[in-house]
Design a protein around this ligand. Structure first.
Ligand code: HEM
Ligand code: HEM
Length: 220
């Protein structure tokens, strides 16, 4: 068996933003489903049940937006594994080769996953789509939020979107993309776990601690 060494791959901004995004998506989904299909929870309006659900949704919405924008900044300031190139593998020869080999592994044509230190090419491409969906949620979320203050700065920034979407179209998009993100999460945890077992690279713990196990030649 080849010698493995530990290598610091995911810097703290990558890990913190990953977990802030995860926790806020969880909070936003629970409160969002309630906002979309409300049930009577309070005995008296003074208990402010829907108000609290909406307030928590908006606080988590701001946390999510700050976290996603910070991660986009880090794609230009962080190390090579966090850099923007990892999300556009097909622009590079090495990335295209890795994409093909990873695809063959996932579709059971090859028994061994190709080795990479950071995200594999298919994961990187999938994460690009996820980041675009994050932006859709932030833009549609703030557009809906801006409707409550028609003369505000927020409405100036996002209100024009209502010339492209009807109000219900905006809500439907916001609601539907939530299910795409939740469906992705199921597949994502499965494949991260699979890679952890197959590659023995400690990828699952790496998103908590930052270190992965890599072959000795990849140490530097
Ligand atoms: C992944 C992130 C998010 C998820 C999963 C999510 C989920 C949802 C869902 C399911 C609804 C109900 C839609 C309906 O059926 O009518 C909703 C409503 C809403 N969301 Fe989000 N949301 C997210 C991000 C955001 C963000 C970043 C904001 C910005 C502040 C935001 C603001 C709103 C607003 C203003 C409403 C309408 C509230 C109302 O009319 O009472 N959301 N959200
Ligand atoms: C809403 C749920 C989740 C979403 C949308 C999500 C999304 C993402 C994204 C976009 C990345 C790339 C990070 C970056 O480069 O900044 C990532 C990496 C990662 N996530 Fe998640 N994540 C979710 C939940 C989880 C959970 C629950 C786990 C584990 C229990 C997990 C394990 C990992 C691991 C191990 C990586 C890094 C390894 C790699 O794929 O290259 N994620 N995730």
């Amino acid at each position: 068996m080849e010698k493995l060494v530990t290598k610091y791959v995911w810097e703290w901004p990558v890990r913190i933003t990953h977990w802030v995004n995860f926790l806020s998506i969880l909070t936003l989904s629970v409160t969002g489903i309630f906002i979309g299909s409300p049930k009577t929870l309070a005995l008296d309006p003074s208990q402010y049940a829907m108000g609290w659900f909406r307030f928590i949704h908006f606080v988590a919405g701001y946390a999510f937006a700050v976290s996603v924008l910070s991660r986009i900044y880090w794609a230009f300031a962080g190390n090579e594994y966090a850099g923007w190139r990892t999300f556009f593998p097909y622009l590079f020869k090495e990335g295209r080769k890795n994409m093909k080999e990873t695809f063959l592994f996932y579709t059971f044509f090859k028994p061994k996953a190709p080795h990479v230190v950071g995200h594999n090419a298919m994961a990187g491409s999938a994460y690009l789509v996820i980041f675009l969906l994050y932006l859709v949620m932030i833009i549609t979320g703030f557009a809906l939020y801006s409707e409550y203050a028609p003369n505000s700065f927020m409405n100036g920034a996002f209100g024009w979107l209502f010339s492209l979407f009807t109000n219900q179209g905006m809500r439907l998009t916001h609601h539907f993309v939530m299910w795409l993100l939740l469906a992705f999460a199921i597949h994502h945890v499965y494949s991260a776990w699979l890679m952890d077992v197959k590659e023995k690279n400690g990828v699952m713990s790496s998103i908590f601690g930052g270190y992965k196990s890599v072959p000795a030649e990849d140490e530097h």
